[in-house]
Design a protein around this ligand. Structure first.
Ligand code: SF4
Ligand code: SF4
Length: 280
């Protein structure tokens, strides 16, 4: 039970236009009650809810997040987006658990437009649960700065997670029991432990610019005649530069589970061409 009985959590609901929002609307017009501190955002489909939305919500102070979609087989789109929501939320709970956050703070439900009373029941039950858990972070024994750092670290890895788990995140199966097994804890731990960093070796880079042209997110600081540098803040760990750097240079290194060394200071990036070093 939360130490503060008056604790009013900040709770965000991200709900689909066609079913869950209809349920919320019916709940309202039918005068069914639920706490006013739950704020709702309408999206066209629960499949639109991205992993980064969840992390952003927690990073901006939400104590809990609710995702609501149409019942399985009732999604209004083809392919059905609620399956995507299912695997995304299942994965996200595992990531939250990994950084010490109670996964119960993220809840997924299917609610039809005719289930106004059910929407109210779910909101009341979820808010009671979160009230009992208490504020995000302090209830888990994590201070504010540490919580922010852990959430930011995970949020930065989201593009990498999506690339690595593309297959699992795209599973569409009527057997709902399958989803819980999609992301075993050991696999999630391995994924995080082995997150790569890409580093350009200043001794080897010949500034041919191939990597910078191919990087999908412009994460390579590139200039003519200058050693190239991976901007680690922008890099999504796709590995394209690693594959693209010509083998005769082999300047891009993939580092597993360790950060890249700091880049050369700007004034010291002039490339020493191979073969000219001795005469320079
Ligand atoms: S790993 Fe991908 S995102 Fe990162 S610098 Fe290389 S090409 Fe760009
Ligand atoms: S492809 Fe390799 S040699 Fe060419 S700029 Fe990039 S890191 Fe340097």
């Amino acid at each position: 039970m939360s130490a503060d009985a008056n604790f009013k959590p900040k709770m965000l609901g991200i709900i689909c236009n066609w079913c869950c929002y209809g349920g919320a609307d019916l709940c309202g017009v039918s005068r069914f009650q639920y706490p006013t501190y739950i704020r709702l955002i309408r999206v066209m489909c629960s499949g639109r809810v991205d992993l980064k939305f969840i992390f952003r919500a927690f990073l901006t102070g939400q104590d809990a997040v609710f995702v609501g979609g149409c019942h399985i087989n009732d999604c209004h789109y083809n392919p059905e987006g609620n399956y995507d929501a299912y695997s995304m939320v299942t994965f996200c709970r595992k990531l939250l658990e990994h950084i010490g956050i109670n996964p119960k703070r993220l809840r997924l439900e299917w609610v039809s437009a005719g289930e106004g009373i059910r929407f109210s029941q779910i909101m009341n039950e979820f808010s009671r649960e979160i009230q009992e858990l208490g504020p995000l972070g302090s209830s888990e024994g994590i201070d504010e700065a540490e919580l922010k750092s852990r959430l930011e670290e995970m949020a930065k890895l989201i593009p990498y997670f999506k690339l690595e788990k593309m297959k699992e995140l795209a599973v569409h199966d009527h057997d709902e029991t399958l989803y819980e097994g999609l992301f075993p804890t050991e696999e999630v731990e391995r994924l995080i432990r082995e997150a790569p960093s890409y580093y350009i070796d200043p001794e080897k880079c010949q500034a041919c610019m191939t990597c910078a042209r191919k990087c999908p997110v412009e994460a390579i600081i590139s200039a003519k005649g200058q050693v190239h540098v991976v901007d680690q803040e922008k890099c999504i760990k796709c590995g394209t530069c690693f594959a693209a750097c010509p083998p005769k240079f082999g300047a891009v290194t993939k580092l597993i589970g360790q950060p890249a060394p700091p880049p050369l200071p700007e004034g010291q990036r002039a490339v020493v061409r191979k073969g000219k070093e001795a005469t320079a």
